[in-house]
Design a protein around this ligand. Structure first.
Ligand code: SF4
Ligand code: SF4
Length: 412
């Protein structure tokens, strides 16, 4: 048994008939150049880039380290740098067709990559999920690759959907064939005790380790798929927007904090995906009551030091230049968040840390939810039961706070 195979079976969670509410005519594919990482980088150094915003964060990291602040010492930052090393080697948070995130086979010989293994879809899907868990994914789901979630452009050139046979990069564009029509979406859980130290450096270390594990899982699964004779595009943050794909693949629902909330780990995960032409069976989107609960719970907004998270209801409009209007959700003021990371001298994860679904949802919190007024019970209670049944929730002594159990992982 590989641990991840114990993820809560999605057929035991209510199916979500309308997981994403889009206003057609307003929504357009999103360009990477509108992300806060890029716009803040440009404001800071006058150049297009993804990581220039980090310069100020590093300056403050060193300043606070030399000031001898607890939780920000040299040894804390050194641990973070070690955790981030594989992320930087593999794909630097994710750039298309870059370093080990290449779109062609890395080591698989042509005798395998051009020889598709012919098996029924359900068998291939099951093999893909086992391999994903073996390569370090804690959660995995499969969905159609809806082109609307592919970025319209990267930093310097567009993504184009083509009728071609192979994904490739030209001087002018990244070409993704329509036949690459499946997304395998994976989540890796972060260390909750380290995340709870946010905004100190240990929380950044948990994030960095998450990125390194993302890279390993993406590259390993892509090579496996190529060895099975199909095409694969390994992605970290790049190429397509992870959260809507994860929602469609049944990994969770979007919360007020602007992140995916999963039944097993809450928002305490990082997402990655592999796009492929392998014939696979889709999973279905799930509804375990997140938008209704977030409506009345404002913990993330209350604990956000930058004021980036809304206390208001969901809307289709967005709140700043980094948002993409047309989807009903809670929009995040992303530049304010990133500016806070810069002055903090480390990334922040307060919103993830305080979310009840990171800590292990407890029944008393049900009183914060509107649905309880109906006295009919709800999907949240079902999910609490499922978390306990599948070993994700543990109550050591009656009356103690429940806590999320860290899975024992086999493989990477
Ligand atoms: S990471 Fe920190 S600053 Fe950014 S939205 Fe979350 S709590 Fe706010
Ligand atoms: S802290 Fe509360 S409002 Fe924020 S995402 Fe979590 S459940 Fe939703």
């Amino acid at each position: 048994m590989i641990w991840g195979e114990k993820m809560i079976p999605r057929n035991q969670i209510k199916k979500n008939e309308k997981p994403i509410d889009i206003k057609e005519g307003i929504y357009e594919r999103f360009p990477v150049t509108k992300q806060a990482f890029v716009t803040v980088s440009f404001k800071d150094v006058g150049e297009i880039g993804y990581n220039h915003w980090m310069n100020k964060m590093m300056e403050n990291m060193i300043r606070r380290m030399l000031g001898g602040e607890e939780g920000r010492r040299q040894e804390d930052n050194a641990l973070d740098m070690g955790a981030n090393a594989l992320n930087l080697l593999i794909g630097q948070y994710g750039f298309p067709n870059f370093q080990f995130l290449k779109w062609d086979p890395l080591f698989v010989p042509e005798g395998m990559s051009k020889q598709p293994v012919k098996l029924p879809k359900d068998v291939l899907s099951s093999m893909i999920k086992k391999a994903s868990h073996l390569y370090g994914a804690d959660l995995v789901g499969i969905t159609d690759l809806d082109p609307k979630w592919i970025y319209s452009r990267d930093l310097f050139k567009p993504f184009k959907i083509t009728e071609g046979m192979k994904p490739k990069e030209t001087e002018d564009a990244f070409l993704i064939p329509r036949k690459i029509n499946k997304a395998i979406v994976m989540a890796v859980a972060m260390d909750d005790e380290m995340i709870e130290t946010s905004p100190l450096v240990d929380a950044s270390t948990a994030t960095s380790l998450g990125y390194s594990r993302m890279g390993i899982a993406a590259v390993s699964l892509a090579e496996y798929i190529r060895g099975m004779g199909y095409q694969a595009i390994p992605c970290m943050n790049d190429t397509a927007i992870s959260i809507p794909l994860a929602v469609q693949a049944g990994l969770g629902q979007l919360g007020r904090l602007g992140l995916l909330i999963t039944p097993e780990f809450g928002p305490n995960v990082r997402l990655l995906k592999v796009l492929t032409d392998m014939p696979l069976e889709n999973d279905h989107p799930i509804d375990f009551g997140i938008p209704e609960f977030c409506e009345n719970c404002h913990l993330c907004a209350e604990h956000c030091p930058s004021g980036s998270i809304s206390f208001e209801g969901q809307n289709y409009e967005g709140v700043c230049e980094n948002n993409n209007p047309g989807v009903k959700k809670w929009y995040i003021y992303a530049e304010k968040c990133l500016r806070l990371w810069q002055t903090n001298g480390a990334s922040c994860a307060n919103c993830i840390s305080v979310c009840p679904f990171t800590k292990g949802f407890e029944s008393m919190q049900c009183f914060e939810c509107k649905k309880c007024e109906t006295k009919t019970g709800c999907e949240l209670q079902v999910n609490t039961h499922l978390r306990a049944k599948y070993g994700y929730l543990q109550v050591e002594t009656w009356g103690d706070k429940p806590r999320v159990i860290r899975p024992r992982r086999r493989g990477l």
